[in-house]
Write a protein that binds this ligand. Structure first.
Ligand code: ATP
Ligand code: MG
Ligand code: MG
Ligand code: MG
Length: 470
């Protein structure tokens, strides 16, 4: 049966309510009191203190649909069918209440009975020697042992930053060979988009310090996460997250403005996906109080908007246009997030201002970039220098990943470590200048809503490393 994305969200939340869970609204994308994370990237992230019992949860069973941003997936946009930088994560949580024996059957019942996915297309995975989870899948649910995959820490031990973590059991859905890489040995766990991971059930029983040290918690918890767009993708039997009903409506709007048609060519599809994904993320982030800036999450927002703006250029748009898509993003999401409509005027203005600011320098920057590129090519170089990338950043406001992406299109790599060294030197100079100004420096502070101080810590740190995300 067909269900829309908005219907699926409701089906999930009401299913878990019927199992005694308290339904809570999504938390903000901006973490509260959590310096290990720039932006909320999972359903459990805002609940860490409930898992550790530093704070008392409102109920021992909770379910949510959480807005998430994963900066680490930015490069996957346009490359895979299953990643967005913004997505919603459905989750059911047990704080010292039920554990594996209940969590796995809930997961299975929801997917096969409530949503009606074909059992034969579903494959669970478990952490190496988690025999307890194996027994439940095999004996209680009845999945033959050859259909249960055992993976190591990389895939089946869940941790993002410091905090609660543990072994997990994922559920993959086989979308069929037409979505696969076709390579021999392509099976569950392959990086291609045939067997897509829909749900992760984390048996969260440890607290990590983000540096590889773990302590067993007194109470064992359940933390699960299922991408709403991924669920919709398999239920609707469409090609990618971008073809899901509500997301496609945004792509259609982008097509209308840019004149590019989805499905026409690989190149335009990449641009359409990047624009659609990034404007979705930007709208949700601005709504939660993030403003474009050169630091921390503000910089994440700036990168997204500028990369989207450049892809607009690639599609031949020579004026600000992203702000014009805001209304559609609001329309597709307001039933779950009514504050979008209230803040629509503000969001539109923020997007437009950032686009117009970037528009002032993008053409000049593109010209200089072309010159730099030509010079590197003339020298027969395969590496685009960090100094040039820094100049593009510093003078023309080109975020590094924009330059990286453009260079990659020409088969070149950017010397990121040289770039980072120049960034660091600039930071030190800026700090010294601020110190020299003393208290006066505060007079010029950006009075945004997003006032939690965040420091730029480099571009390369990904999720799962326990380090601050940039
Ligand atoms: P993948 O291996 O496909 O990158 P993951 O293992 O990184 O996914 P988890 O951290 O386990 O994902 O998150 C739980 C669930 O959230 C996933 O099973 C998936 O359904 C969803 N999800 C994760 N990342 C994304 C994303 N970038 N876009 C959309 N959904 C996502
Ligand atoms: Mg991932
Ligand atoms: Mg995975
Ligand atoms: Mg996973």
């Amino acid at each position: 049966p067909y269900y829309g994305l908005n219907e699926l969200r409701e089906m999930f939340l009401s299913y878990f309510e019927s199992k005694g869970h308290l339904r809570l609204p999504s938390f903000s994308l901006i973490p509260h009191n959590d310096a290990s994370l720039l932006l909320i990237n999972s359903g459990m992230a805002p609940m860490k203190t409930w898992f550790t019992r530093e704070e008392e949860p409102p109920c021992n069973r909770v379910c949510t649909c959480q807005k998430c941003i994963r900066t680490g997936d930015i490069e996957n946009i346009g490359k895979t069918d299953r990643h967005g930088t913004y997505f919603e994560m459905l989750g059911n949580f047990s704080f010292g209440d039920y554990f594996k024996k209940e969590a796995i059957p809930y997961c299975w019942e929801f997917l096969t009975k409530v949503v009606g996915l074909e059992e034969d297309r579903l494959y669970p995975s478990i952490y190496l020697d988690d025999e307890e989870a194996f027994e439940i899948w095999n004996k209680d649910i009845g999945i033959p042992k050859e259909r249960i995959f055992r993976f190591g820490k990389e895939d089946n031990f869940w941790e993002h930053g410091a905090g609660p973590c543990g072994p997990c059991s994922e559920v993959y859905y086989d979308r069929g060979p037409e979505h696969g890489c076709g390579k021999p040995g392509c099976t569950v766990g392959c990086e291609c988009d045939r067997y897509i991971e829909v749900w992760n059930n984390v048996f969260s029983q440890f607290v990590g310090d983000g540096e590889g040290h773990y302590e067993e918690m007194e109470n064992k918890n359940i933390d699960t996460g299922m991408g709403l767009e991924r669920l919709a993708c398999v239920v609707q039997n469409v090609n990618s997250l971008f073809d899901v009903d509500t997301v496609m409506n945004i792509t259609n709007k982008v097509s209308e403005i840019t004149g590019a048609h989805y499905g026409e060519s690989h190149r335009t599809d990449v641009s359409l996906r990047v624009i659609t994904d990034h404007i979705r993320s930007a709208v949700m982030m601005i709504c939660d109080g993030v403003l474009p800036s050169n630091e921390g999450r503000g910089y994440v927002l700036r990168r997204l908007l500028r990369r989207a703006a450049r892809h607009g250029k690639l599609l031949g748009v020579d004026h600000a246009f992203l702000y014009d898509v805001v209304d559609t993003v609001v329309h597709e999401n307001e039933c779950a997030y009514p504050d979008l409509r209230e803040k629509q005027g503000y969001i539109t203005k923020v997007v437009r201002t950032e686009e117009e600011n970037f528009a002032k320098t993008i053409d000049g920057g593109m010209r200089i970039y072309e010159e730099m590129l030509a010079a590197h090519k003339e020298q027969g170089e395969k590496v685009f220098s960090g100094a040039d990338a820094f100049k593009l950043y510093d003078t023309f406001g080109f975020p590094i990943d924009l330059t990286v992406e453009m260079a990659e299109e020409e088969g070149m790599q950017v010397d990121k470590s040289a770039f980072n060294a120049l960034m660091e030197a600039q930071r030190v100079r800026a700090r010294k200048a601020r110190e020299a100004l003393g208290d006066l420096a505060w007079a010029g502070i950006d009075l945004g809503l997003d006032t939690t101080p965040t420091e730029f810590t480099g571009y390369d740190r990904l999720e799962g490393t326990g380090k601050i995300l940039a």
